[in-house]
Design a binder for this molecule. Structure first.
Ligand code: DMJ
Length: 581
C-alpha cells in the first residue's frame, strides 16, 4: 500500500511546479520543448492557410485564362486578345473631391441649353440627315446620308446626361442606319465622325450596337488602304469599295486625310480583337517614317504609289493639322509604351519643325505658326491650326522639365493669339484664316466662321492642364459670341462674314460633336472624361485608353514602365502656380 502510494506520488511529482522550481535545468528544457511544439503547430496552420489562399488564387487565374481562351482569335498567324472596354455604362457623375463653382455650374447649364436647342432643331427638321440647314429648316446629306450629326452627337448627349435624346438616337442607329450607300465617301470624314462617334458611344454606354455599326462602316472603308505604299486613297464608294483620290490633288493623297485614322482603327481592333484595322493604319505611319524629314514637317500631298511627299505646302492648318495631332495621341492611346515610342519620336521631331515656323507680330507680339512652301515662309495661320496650343500643352509633359515649360509657354502664347482671332472682329467670332502683315498684327483673310471648335478645344486642354481659370473666361466669351451671332430659331448657323455678321444656312455636325462638348467640359469637373483615362479623336470623340493590342508592328518591341501621366505631372505644376483647384 505504502509502495503503491509512493510510485503514484513519483508519477505526479512531474506536474508539481515545486519539482521544477528546485530543478532549473529541467524547467529550461520544459520551456524549450513548449516553444518548439507551439512553433510547429503555428507553422503548420499558417502553411495550410497559405495553401488554401494559393489554391483560391490559382482557381481564379484558371477561370480568367479559360475566359481569355474563349476570346482568343487566330488571324494571319497573329494571336490577339479582344479587350473588354465596356462591361457597363460609364458613370460620369463621380466628381471626386471637386468643389462645384456656382459660376461654372451656371455656364455649364447654358452650354447644355445650347446643345438642347441645336439637337431639338436637328430632330425636328433634319432627323437622320447628315446636317441641318437652320434657315431653310431642312436636312442635307453632305456625307452620303449617314446621319453624321446624329452620330457626331451621341457622346455629347451622353456626357451631358441627355438620356432620352441619347436613347432616341440609339434607336435610330440600331433600326435605321444603313451604310450600304452607292456614295463616294471621304475616308477621313467618315472615320473621324462616324467610326469615332460610334466607338465613343460604345465606350461610354457599353451598348454593342455601336460597335457592330462601327465595324460595318470600317469594313467598307478598309479597301482604301490597298495601294502600293499602303498610304490610303482618300475617297471610297461605300457600296462597291472602289477607291480613288480627288481630281484636284493631281492623284495624290492628302496628309491629314491619310494620317488621321489611327486612333479609331486601333481602338476598333482593340474592341473587336481583329488586328486588320490596326495593321492598315499603323503601316501608314511606318511608311511615312521611312522618309520622315529631319524637321518632321511633311507637305500636304503624299503620293500613294511611292509613299513619299510631293512638293506642296507645309502647314498645321487645313490638310496637315490632325496628322501631327494623331502622332501624339496614338502614343497616349498606346499607354506611352516602347511599342508606340516611334509615334512620340516623330511628334517631337515635328515639334522642332513647328518651332522653326513660329513668328511674332508687331506691334503686339502675337505668336503664330506660319506656313511654308519650299524654303519660303508664308505669314498666314488658319483658325484650324488653333488646335495646336492644346496639342502642344498635352504633349508638353512628355519632355524633361526645361522643354516641358518651354512648350507649355508656347502653347499659352498661341492660345492667346487664337483667342484674339475672335476678339479682334466686330462679331467677336474668328474668321477662317489670318494674315500677319508687317506692323499690322493680324488681319482676317477668308472671313467666314463655320462654328469651328479648335480654339475652344485648346482652351479646354489648357484649363485642364494648368488650372488657370482665365481659359474658362475666354471660352465663355466665345460661347456668348456664338449665342449672339449664330443662334437662330431652328439651331445655330455660321457667319458668311465675321465683320458684318451675315449668316449662312448650315449647322455643321462638329458644332455638336466638338464646339459644344469642349465648352461643356471647360465648365465641368476634370474627372468628367479624365485625360488620364480617355483620348479625344480629332472630332472630339473620347476613346477609352485600354491595354494595347501587341501586333509587333512598332519599331521597338520591349514594353517599358509607363511614365507619370500627363495630369499627375502637370497637377503639381498647377498646384504650384495657381494654388490648386
Ligand atoms: C473637324 O471635323 C475636325 O476637328 C477636323 O480635324 C478638322 N475640321 C473640323 C472642325 O473644324
Amino acid at each position: 500500500m505504502a509502495r503503491s502510494r509512493s510510485s503514484s506520488s513519483i508519477r505526479w511529482r512531474y506536474v508539481n511546479p515545486a519539482y521544477y522550481l528546485k530543478r532549473p535545468k529541467r524547467l529550461a528544457l520544459l520551456f524549450m520543448a513548449f516553444v518548439f511544439v507551439s512553433f510547429f503547430v503555428w507553422d503548420r496552420q499558417t502553411l495550410v492557410r497559405e495553401h488554401e489562399e494559393e489554391l483560391l488564387k490559382l482557381k481564379e487565374e484558371m477561370e480568367r485564362l479559360q475566359n481569355e481562351l474563349g476570346e482568343l482569335t487566330q488571324e494571319g498567324g497573329v494571336s490577339v486578345k479582344k479587350i473588354n472596354t465596356t462591361t457597363k455604362r460609364t458613370d460620369l457623375t463621380k466628381t471626386d473631391s471637386f468643389v462645384p463653382d456656382p459660376i461654372e455650374t451656371q455656364r455649364r447649364e447654358k452650354v447644355k441649353d445650347a446643345m438642347v436647342h441645336a439637337w431639338t432643331s436637328y430632330e425636328k427638321y433634319a432627323w437622320g440627315h447628315d446636317e441641318l440647314q437652320p434657315q431653310s429648316k431642312n436636312g442635307v446629306d453632305s456625307f452620303g446620308g449617314l446621319g453624321a450629326t446624329l452620330i457626331d452627337s451621341l457622346d455629347t448627349l451622353y456626357i451631358m446626361g441627355l438620356d432620352d435624346e441619347f436613347q432616341r438616337a440609339k434607336e435610330w442607329v440600331a433600326n435605321t442606319l444603313d451604310f450600304n450607300k452607292n456614295y463616294d465617301a471621304s475616308v477621313f470624314e467618315t472615320t473621324i465622325r462616324v467610326v469615332g462617334g460610334l466607338l465613343s458611344a460604345y465606350d461610354l454606354s457599353g451598348d454593342n450596337v455601336f460597335l457592330e455599326k462601327a465595324k460595318d462602316i470600317a469594313d467598307r472603308l478598309l479597301p482604301a488602304w490597298n495601294t502600293p505604299s499602303g498610304i490610303p486613297y482618300n475617297i471610297i464608294n461605300l457600296a462597291h469599295g472602289n477607291a480613288h483620290n480627288p481630281g484636284w490633288t493631281g492623284g495624290d493623297s492628302i496628309l491629314a486625310d491619310s494620317g488621321t485614322e489611327q486612333l479609331e482603327f486601333i481602338a476598333l481592333s482593340q474592341r473587336t480583337g481583329d488586328p486588320k484595322y490596326q495593321q492598315k493604319v499603323e503601316n501608314v505611319i511606318l511608311e511615312l517614317n521611312k522618309t520622315f524629314p529631319a524637321d518632321g514637317l511633311l507637305p500636304i500631298y503624299i503620293n500613294p504609289h511611292r509613299g513619299t511627299a510631293s512638293h506642296s505646302t507645309i502647314t498645321f492648318g487645313a490638310m496637315g493639322d490632325s496628322f501631327y495631332e494623331y502622332l501624339l495621341k496614338v502614343w497616349i492611346q498606346g499607354n506611352k509604351t516602347a511599342e508606340v515610342k516611334h509615334y512620340r519620336e516623330m511628334w517631337e521631331t515635328s515639334m522642332k519643325g513647328l518651332l522653326s515656323l513660329v513668328r511674332r507680330t508687331a506691334p503686339s507680339s502675337f505668336t503664330y505658326i506660319s506656313e511654308k512652301i519650299g524654303n519660303s515662309l508664308i505669314d498666314k495661320m488658319d483658325e484650324l491650326a488653333c488646335f495646336a496650343p492644346g496639342m502642344i500643352a498635352l504633349g508638353s509633359s512628355g519632355y524633361g522639365p526645361a522643354d516641358s515649360t518651354k512648350f507649355l509657354n508656347l502653347a499659352e502664347e498661341l492660345a492667346w493669339t487664337c483667342y484674339n482671332f475672335y476678339q479682334s472682329t466686330p462679331t467677336k467670332l474668328a474668321g477662317e484664316n489670318y494674315f500677319f502683315h508687317s506692323g499690322q498684327d493680324m488681319s482676317v483673310g477668308t472671313s467666314w466662321n463655320i462654328l469651328r471648335p479648335e480654339t475652344v478645344e485648346s482652351l479646354f486642354y489648357l484649363w485642364r492642364l494648368t488650372g488657370n481659370k482665365t481659359y474658362q473666361d475666354w471660352g465663355w466669351n466665345i460661347f456668348q459670341a456664338f449665342e449672339k451671332n449664330s443662334r437662330v430659331e431652328a439651331g445655330y448657323v455660321g457667319l458668311k462674314d465675321v465683320n458684318t455678321g451675315v449668316k449662312d444656312n448650315m449647322m455643321q455636325s462638329f458644332f455638336l460633336a466638338e464646339t459644344l462638348k469642349y465648352l461643356y467640359l471647360l465648365f465641368s469637373p476634370p474627372s468628367v472624361i479624365s485625360l488620364d483615362e480617355w483620348v479625344f479623336n480629332t472630332e472630339a470623340h473620347p476613346l477609352k485608353i485600354v491595354p494595347r493590342l501587341g501586333l509587333g508592328l512598332g519599331l521597338g518591341s520591349k514594353q517599358h514602365k509607363q511614365p507619370p501621366t500627363t495630369t499627375t505631372r502637370l497637377r503639381a505644376r498647377r498646384e504650384g502656380r495657381f494654388g490648386g483647384t
